[in-house]
Design a protein around this ligand. Sequence first.
Ligand code: ADE
Ligand code: ZN
Length: 332
Amino acid sequence: MNQMNLIKKLPKAELHLHIEGTFEPELMFEIASRNNVAIRFKSIEEIKEAYNFHNLQSFLDIYYEGAKVLIHERDFYDLTMAYLKRCHEDHVVHTEIFFDPQTHTERGIRFETVFKGIHGALNDAQKKWGITSHMIMCFLRHLSEEEAFKTLEQSLPFKKDIIAVGLDSSEVGHPPRKFQRVFEAAMKEGYLTVAHAGEEGEPAYIWEALDLLKVKRIDHGVRSLEDEKLTERLILEKMPLTVCPLSNLKLCVVKKLADHNLKKMLELGVKVTINSDDPAYFGGYMNENFIQTAEALKLSDQELKIIAQNSFEASFISDELKQKWIKEIKAL
Ligand code: ADE
Ligand code: ZN
């Protein structure tokens, strides 16, 4: 089997995906038009030209702007369903998606509207394609602790369908410790925890995410290797990293994909996974991330299988389901 076919056939779990980051320009125009919301771009081509980022913040500014056209439950449903169709095409059989309630509640959209739209699509995709999923609610770290607490409160009526809380948005200057108390309160409510750390931020942020936020996974974590002690700990604790190669390329975390340290981490025994982060903005969904990374880093078939296996081991599904998918991977 050639590698492209192997990638297509591998069952995969996606563990780092912002639903607002799957907003394709075509759908953005369609929803903007039906909601009568003006957007500053005149054409799909103009939008795509604007997707030239030089760091995380330059992307976030555009990402938050795009999300402004989402108003009704149906909008969140359509956005999520379009992503799940891509999962089906890429043989992503399980996905744990981030959503950013504050991006919407700040504009007067109800938490319930956001939740129901996304959750409805996840349910329908399970019926239609058998895709299993979890929802992870992220706090925007550029906003205050108080606002995060407010969001946590709003989530409580829906907590049985939200597996974890996470932390995203502008990393540098907003260390994990800013949200220690919110995460403690979330854990008391039964939420698991994850956090973006070490995307642009220094390794100290990864230590904080582990020690203060008690995370089960580090989102990104590509700066881990700068700290030998941290690397040792990640290996020892089998701490998963949800790495997003095309995102790192587009946001200039690496100059070219061949410079990415994913293979190095894999060789050291770090539990890395491949994910698409914000695929509508970064030029590729799951398989595209696998294909381009495999090519740039000359990953072997065995390494690709380990990455797919890691994605299930690092997921929040049952042990039985993990074993079922791992068996399928090993049989390929
Ligand atoms: N929100 C959406 N994508 C993100 C990323 N890559 N880092 C931080 N916050 C984000
Ligand atoms: Zn992310």
